[in-house]
Structure formats: structure tokens, C-alpha cells
Design a binder for this molecule. Structure first.
Ligand code: NAD
Length: 358
């Protein structure tokens, strides 16, 4: 096969060091010459954020963070930043907190330093998301890509095992969906494959020893790679499905990704043998779905959408919104029938292998 592609690498500084977040943040704020810093962190994340921001002057604290960034929440934060003459945004928290900083950066064009505390990966993408009238909209804007990401595995130690697993599998979903994303290329596939390897090594270490940093460092490293791969390859069918389930049905982000992923892999793998072979190699198994399912079993991963509030009467509406959003390049053409079957299986936690036979 000839090698022809068009790849963009996004420019961003990445500082990785366990226990070093406060020092790294102070150095970055000084380097950027910022005078009026706004720190965004949810109420729950505030204690961590105070420790991370211990060595900088904070002009404004903002705690009103809501998952999937409702437009009213974004507008409030935008107004607060403008009123306080903010010149740098710092977010300390999960993807929801990063998402709010991006919503402010999108309109204000202010630079962002992101200090992630989950494995969601939003910090490494130029993708924003907003929710208005129960519809989640996403878009791409380089202004929302944080100028610097500060990774500190110590900040993820408080993430409960169950949430660590779901969040880590959200990262895994970025890697796997990148393998057939609309702008897939050999570079983002390589990043995605290394992300699969790092996450599949790190997550079992977290479940075995939640208070150790080795697994958490691997998981953060994998989460970063996964997000870079995803930002480059673009949203594939998996992300289109999950964003409807999150935006319209308000299902929890990480758990939804973790649950739906094996169904999407089973849906696409037979039609994408090269991608499936790369995924299998990254897991170190003969078959991609086996690799993912073996890992999910070891991690006791989320199994059924019904456990997160989805019901059978939502399937028709979900399919209606998902179908037109599925990239035309998806390896296996999506139809009302096969998407309905996929969601039925994910609803109850049926064996994803049922989707392989068609
Ligand atoms: P989240 O940010 O909503 O966090 C989940 C919960 O975990 C929250 O209650 C939070 O306070 C808590 N939490 C965060 N860090 C913690 C820690 N270290 N210890 C204990 N608790 C902690 O969830 P998420 O999964 O990180 O992010 C989901 C959001 O991110 C969604 O809105 C999703 O759309 C968005 N996202 C966007 C992109 C992108 O590229 N734009 C990528 C991934 C996710």
C-alpha cells in the first residue's frame, strides 16, 4: 500500500511529573507573563486546585462546573472572566472542568493551562463541546487547545477505582475510534496503538494498587496519547454514538464510553481488518475484541447502558440522531437496523460478539 497522507501535529507543551504540578504551574504562569489568572475547578476539585495553585497569584476562582458544559454555565464563566480582566485560564479537574475552560477560551481567545485529574484527555484536543436544549454540539477551534498541559499522577490518586477504570476506557475509546476516524493516518494510528498499550498496562496496575503511581502514570501517558490520536483522526462512529447518549440522554461520559466501546469494536472490526490487527497487536492478543474484553474483565469494567439510566424506549430517538452523524468513511456502513441492534446489545450488556456475525 502506498504511503500518502496529510497530517497536522498540534502545538502544545506537555509537562509530565508526579508531584510537580504546583512547581510546573508556577513556572508556566511566569513564562507566559500572566498577571490575572482565573482558576476553574469544580467544588469537589477545589482542594486539589488550591494545592496546585499554591505558588501563583489567583485573580479569580470559578467553581460552577457542570458536565457536558451547558451554555448557561459557559456564559456565566465567560462573563466572570471578562469582568475580572483575566489574561490566563487555568483548569484543574476532569474533562468537564477542562471543557468549561475551553468554552471560555473559545470566545475570549485567552490561553489555557490544563491540569487534568482524570483520563478523559480533553486537555490534548482542540475540540470544544457545549450543550444547549438537550443537544450536545462539538466543534474544532485551535484557540481552545491548552497551550500547556501539566500532568501529575498524584492528582489522580483520589479518583476511585471504578471511575479510574471508566475514565481510562474513555481514553481507550479515543485510541480505538482513531483507528477508523475520518482523518486516520499512520501517525495517529501509531499514537493510538501506543495509547492502547500504555492504558492496557496501566489500568490493571491501578485496580491492583489504587494508591500506587506507576499505573496512574501509565494511564495518564496513555490518556494523553489517546487524545492526540483522537484530535488528529477526528470523531469516529464511537464518539458520535456516545455524544448523543451523553448530550441527549444525559448519560455519564466515561461510563458510557467504557460500555459502548466493545460493541463498536465488534461492529467495525470485521470490516476493518488492518485496524483490527493493529489493535490486537497493541493488546498483545490474536484478536482485537478478545484483547479489549480480556482487559475489561480484569478491570470489572462497566457492562450495560441500562445501569446508567438508558432505557429501550430511547433507542429509536438515539439512532435517529446518530445515523446522519456517522462518518461516511466508517468501515461498516451504519443503518437504522444495525445501529438499533448495537444499542440493544449495549443496553443490556449482551456479549458484543453477537454483532460479529452478519
Ligand atoms: P468529569 O470531569 O465530569 O469528572 C467526573 C467526576 O470525577 C466529577 O465529579 C469530578 O469532580 C470528579 N473528579 C475529577 N477528578 C477527580 C480526582 N482526581 N479524584 C476524584 N474525583 C475526581 O468527567 P470526565 O470523564 O473527566 O470528563 C467528561 C467530560 O469531558 C464530558 O463532558 C466530555 O464530553 C468531555 N471530554 C471532552 C473531550 C474533548 O476533546 N473536548 C475529550 C474527552 C472528554
Amino acid at each position: 500500500m502506498s504511503l500518502t497522507f496529510d497530517h497536522i501535529t498540534l502545538g502544545q507543551r506537555v509537562l509530565f511529573g508526579t508531584g510537580a504540578a504546583a512547581a510546573n504551574l508556577a513556572a508556566e504562569v511566569a513564562r507566559l507573563g500572566a498577571q490575572r489568572v482565573m482558576v476553574i475547578a469544580s467544588d469537589f476539585e477545589t482542594e486539589m486546585a488550591r494545592a496546585v495553585a499554591a505558588d501563583i497569584d489567583v485573580a479569580l476562582w470559578h467553581h460552577d462546573v457542570v458536565m457536558h458544559v451547558p451554555i448557561e454555565v459557559a456564559d456565566k464563566a465567560r462573563a466572570a472572566a471578562a469582568e475580572s480582566g483575566i489574561d490566563l485560564l487555568v483548569c484543574v479537574g476532569g474533562g468537564s472542568t477542562t471543557g468549561l475552560a475551553k468554552a471560555v477560551g473559545m470566545t475570549s481567545r485567552l490561553p489555557i493551562i490544563a491540569v487534568p485529574t482524570t483520563y478523559a484527555g480533553s486537555e490534548a484536543t482542540n475540540v470544544w463541546g457545549l450543550t444547549e436544549a438537550s443537544r450536545k454540539t462539538t466543534g474544532v477551534d485551535d484557540a481552545v487547545l491548552p497551550v500547556t498541559v501539566i500532568y501529575d499522577a498524584a492528582l489522580t490518586l483520589s479518583l476511585p477505582v471504578e471511575m479510574s477504570v471508566a475514565s481510562g476506557l474513555n481514553g481507550m475509546a479515543h485510541c480505538i475510534d482513531s483507528m477508523w476516524g475520518p482523518r486516520v493516518d499512520p501517525i495517529n494510528q501509531a499514537l493510538g496503538a501506543e495509547g492502547i498499550r500504555a492504558l492496557s498496562q496501566g489500568l490493571p496496575l491501578i485496580t491492583a494498587d489504587p494508591s500506587g503511581t506507576d499505573g496512574r502514570e501509565q494511564a495518564l501517558y496513555g490518556a494523553y496519547l489517546s487524545a492526540v490520536a483522537f484530535a488528529s483522526a477526528g470523531s469516529g462512529i464511537h464518539h458520535k454514538i456516545c455524544h448523543v447518549l451523553g448530550g441527549t440522554f444525559n448519560l455519564p461520559h466515561a461510563q458510557t464510553h467504557a460500555t459502548v466501546l466493545p460493541y463498536v469494536l465488534a461492529f467495525n472490526a470485521p470490516a476493518a481488518p488492518e485496524a483490527a490487527a493493529r489493535i490486537a497487536a497493541a493488546f498483545g492478543t490474536a484478536d482485537a475484541l478478545t484483547g479489549l474484553q480480556d482487559l475489561r474483565k480484569r478491570l470489572d469494567a462497566p457492562k450495560a447502558l441500562a445501569d446508567y439510566g438508558f432505557t429501550a424506549d430511547g433507542i429509536a430517538k438515539a439512532v435517529e440522531i446518530i445515523l446522519p452523524a456517522v462518518p461516511a468513511s466508517n468501515p461498516y456502513p451504519a443503518t437504522t437496523q444495525n445501529l438499533t441492534r448495537l444499542l440493544q446489545a449495549a443496553l443490556t450488556g449482551e456479549d458484543p460478539a453477537v454483532l460479529l456475525s452478519r
